[in-house]
Ligand binder design. Structure first.
Ligand code: HEM
Length: 196
C-alpha cells in the first residue's frame, strides 16, 4: 500500500482514489528530535492521510510518502508483525491522537550486513511489544521517494495513552536500551488530532 500524508494551511482538495483509506487530522505540534528535517506542517494546519494501492499524486505545501513492505528482519508471521498494532481507532469516540515520525538511518547502518542489522532489531521489538494493545502503528518505507527520510512511522492512540507513547519513544531512543537508534540521524515528530 502507498501512503500519502498531505498538509497545508487551507483545505486539502486531493480526490480520494477508489478503494483508498482517507483520514483527516489537525496538526497540534511539531517536535524536532535530531538532524535537519524535511519541510514540516505548522500547528493548526489540516493534514490528510490517503492510503491506496497505487501512489496518489498531490501538490500540497507539505507532503510525505512511503509504501508498506514485507518485514525485513523479523518473521512476518510473528504476532507482533502481522498485527501491526491495535486496529485504527475511530475518531468519533474519545479524542484520538496520531503521530507521524519521519526517520533516517545513517550510511553506516546500510554498510552493515543483513545479519548485523537483524541482530539490532530484537531490542526494538522487545521494547515495543508491551505497547501493542494501546498503540496502533504503521511502517512505510520511503527511500524510493525521497532522500530526506528513509521511513515514515505512523501511530494512533487514545489521548489518555500519550504518556505511554512518550515513554515508548524515550526507551527506543535510549542507545543503552536500543543500540539500533545510534544509527538514526534524522528524527522528528508531527503530533496530530484525528478528526475523521
Ligand atoms: C508500538 C510498538 C512497536 C512495535 C511492536 C514495533 C515493532 C517493530 C518491528 C517488528 C519491526 C521490524 C519490521 C521488519 O522486520 O522489517 C519494526 C521496525 C521499525 N520500527 Fe518499530 N515497533 C514499535 C514502535 C516503534 C516506534 C515508536 C518507532 C519510531 C519512533 C518505530 C520505528 C521503526 C522503524 C523505523 C522500523 C524500520 C527499521 C528498519 O527497517 O531499519 N517503531 N518495528
Amino acid at each position: 500500500m502507498h501512503c500519502l500524508f498531505a498538509s497545508g494551511p487551507e483545505l486539502i482538495t486531493i480526490p480520494t482514489p477508489t478503494g483508498a483509506i482517507r483520514n483527516r487530522y489537525r496538526v497540534n505540534a511539531v517536535e524536532v528530535i535530531q538532524g535537519p528535517t524535511p519541510p514540516l506542517p505548522q500547528p493548526g494546519w489540516e493534514l490528510h492521510r490517503i492510503e491506496a494501492a497505487t501512489p496518489t499524486a498531490a501538490s500540497a505545501p507539505v507532503q510525505f510518502q512511503g509504501e508498506t513492505g514485507t518485514a525485513q528482519y523479523t518473521d512476518p508471521k510473528a504476532p507482533y508483525a502481522a498485527a501491526n498494532g491495535l486496529p485504527t481507532i475511530p475518531a468519533t469516540t474519545d479524542p484520538v491522537l496520531a503521530v507521524i515520525i519521519p526517520l533516517r538511518k545513517t550510511a553506516s547502518w546500510y554498510a552493515l550486513t543483513q545479519e548485523q542489522r537483524k541482530a539490532q532489531i530484537p531490542a526494538h521489538v522487545d521494547l515495543g511489544v508491551p505497547y501493542i494493545p494501546t498503540i496502533h502503528r504503521r511502517l512505510f518505507h520511503s527511500r524510493t521517494f525521497t532522500k530526506d527520510y528513509d521511513f515514515l512511522t505512523y501511530f494512533e492512540f487514545r489521548a489518555s495513552d500519550e504518556p505511554q507513547f512518550r515513554q515508548l519513544c524515550r526507551a527506543l531512543r535510549d542507545p543503552k536500551r536500543n543500540p539500533e537508534w545510534t544509527y538514526i540521524d534524522r528524527d522528528c515528530e508531527i503530533w496530530l488530532t484525528k478528526l475523521a
